[in-house]
Design a protein around this ligand. Structure first.
Ligand SMILES: Cc1cc2nc3c(=O)[nH]c(=O)nc-3n(C[C@H](O)[C@H](O)[C@H](O)COP(=O)(O)OP(=O)(O)OC[C@H]3O[C@@H](n4cnc5c(N)ncnc54)[C@H](O)[C@@H]3O)c2cc1C
Length: 230
């Protein structure tokens, strides 16, 4: 499977042509949500009708979550390590496999924000738009990352193992992983991470993921959104 072929311009959600999230594999659809609920009555359908959409609405309104689990969505993700650290806190209904900094030399690719934000005064975890001198601050940021990469390379050249040399690299370098979830765990992730309280960068990924999943579960996701993402 060629990775590059699978990743469209739209998937580069940080707009830096490096970080991306791409739905590369899936199974199940709106019908599997309905059929896994209808099995309670020994019923199975092949074509969705209006009453099936009502059933999905009922399931979502009443926290009847297990019919959303009989499917899977596999995303290929490339994101800065500080985004991955937030992402990997999501544990339930999820499988992850990640590139190894022990097997591979870490590429000299790092996320540079398009614009720096200011620290919020009343929310200790949040940032706000501001009027910072972006150019000057960007130079400090880039120089610091360049110095780290230069140290990393010197350590490797000096014979230090990759697993130790990587210790000098910053959180803004990229990591890459497969992230497989089901619709229930995706909804939970998106509820928390495509949200005002979440950091801007992870929000870009979460909103791209739900957009991509709409091609597979158009009805269920529309109903979930119309209900206010319960
Ligand atoms: C805006 C924001 C800020 C955050 N800030 C911080 C922070 O400062 N520090 C920090 O450490 N984390 C922080 N987190 C991470 C947060 O605490 C969760 O770890 C993360 O959002 C994953 O959510 P989750 O545990 O619900 O998801 P999952 O791990 O996918 O769990 C899904 C659900 O399964 C159930 N569940 C999972 N594990 C258990 C368990 N052990 N016992 C009982 N029920 C369980 C819960 O109902 C849970 O909601 C932050 C998250 C967000 C969105």
């Amino acid at each position: 499977m060629s990775k590059l072929k699978e990743i469209s311009n739209e998937d580069y959600c940080l707009k830096d042509n490096i970080g991306f999230v791409s739905l590369i594999d899936h199974c199940g659809n709106d019908l599997s949500v309905v059929n896994s609920a209808r099995v309670s009555f020994g019923k199975r359908i092949d074509v969705m009708e209006e009453k099936d959409e009502k059933l999905i609405k009922f399931l979502l309104n009443h926290e009847h979550g297990s019919p959303l689990e009989h499917n899977s969505l596999t995303y290929l993700v490339k994101c800065p390590i500080f985004v991955a650290r937030q992402w990997h806190r999501h544990r339930i209904g999820i499988s992850i496999n990640e590139i190894s900094g022990r097997y591979t030399e870490i590429k000299e690719e790092f996320y540079i924000p398009l614009k720096f934000r200011e620290q919020s005064k009343n929310n200790r975890q949040a940032s706000i738009e501001g009027e910072l001198n972006n150019q000057e601050l960007l130079e400090i940021y880039k120089k610091s990352v360049d110095d780290s990469f230069s140290a990393y390379k010197k350590l490797l050249e000096g014979g230090v193992a990759r697993e130790q040399a990587r210790g000098v690299l910053p959180l803004t370098v990229y990591t890459e992983y497969y992230w497989t979830c089901n619709l229930r765990s995706l909804f939970h992730f998106v509820r928390l991470r495509d949200h005002d309280d979440a950091q801007y960068e992870i929000r870009q990924y979460a909103s791209a993921m739900i957009r991509q999943a709409k091609n597979i579960f158009p009805k269920t996701i529309k109903i979930w959104e119309d209900l206010g993402r319960p």
